[in-house]
Design a protein around this ligand. Structure first.
Ligand code: COA
Length: 185
């Protein structure tokens, strides 16, 4: 019989907030994605430096305690296959700080799902803009952000310590205000 023995719930992909128990798994997932994706864009030493700066479990746990930073995980069944994080970067602005989908699950719309979710949280917080920084040589991500409605606002070279810089485009997406109760009816 078609679909026999298959649990449809096992295939469901959904977003949930990251919790402290996920930190080690997401830190390892980030390391795997970065070491596959970033060679050719930044040096191996910069990859390790930035992983330590951004994905050390202690750093992640501290961020999870803040109420102006959000971390989401993308789950396929019990497996974490992607994640995002974003924070309030101004009175009307949310910054999408991280967006990652494991290589074997890319190009299925999951990155778009994570961005939509970040947009919804940003709108609820009264933000009019979702902004981000993306390496100027990260062509696939720039293409994805264009598809999600982001436009390039400018470029910036940022010193991140350790003798490294981030050579980024700043991209932005205008957010529509959330519908009020009357509009929803
Ligand atoms: C960017 C990223 C989060 C997008 O997630 P995703 O689930 O693959 O994205 P979606 O399926 O929603 O959209 C895919 C789009 O991404 C772009 N893209 C992703 N992989 C690509 C590839 N190998 N070649 C060309 N374009 C690619 C395309 O615009 C693609 O649209 P298309 O499939 O209609 O051509 C994911 O590719 C990723 O984790 N990349 C590596 C890490 C990274 O660069 N993160 C962003 C840091 S700023």
């Amino acid at each position: 019989m078609k679909g026999e023995g298959k649990n449809p719930a096992a295939d469901a992909v959904f977003i949930a907030p990251l919790v402290p128990e996920d930190v080690e798994r997401v830190s390892a997932l980030a390391a795997g994605i970065w070491r596959t994706h970033y060679p050719g864009i930044i040096s191996a030493t910069q990859i390790e430096y930035m992983l330590a700066q951004r994905y050390d479990p202690r750093v992640m746990r501290e961020e999870l305690q803040r109420d102006d930073v959000w971390w989401d995980k993308l789950l396929a069944g019990n497996e974490i296959i992607g994640f995002s994080s974003y924070f309030l970067s101004g009175p009307c602005e949310m910054k999408l700080d991280k967006l990652y989908v494991r290589q074997d699950r890319q190009r299925r719309g999951y990155g778009g799902m994570l961005v939509e979710h970040a947009c919804a949280v940003a709108r609820e917080r009264g933000c009019s803009w979702l902004v981000l920084a993306v390496n100027r040589n990260n062509a696939n991500a720039i293409s994805a952000y264009g598809k999600y409605g982001f436009k390039i606002r400018g470029a910036v070279v940022k010193d991140i310590g350790g003798g490294f810089v981030m050579d980024d485009y700043i991209m932005e997406k205008r957010l529509q205000p959330p519908m009020n109760a009357d509009e929803r009816r």
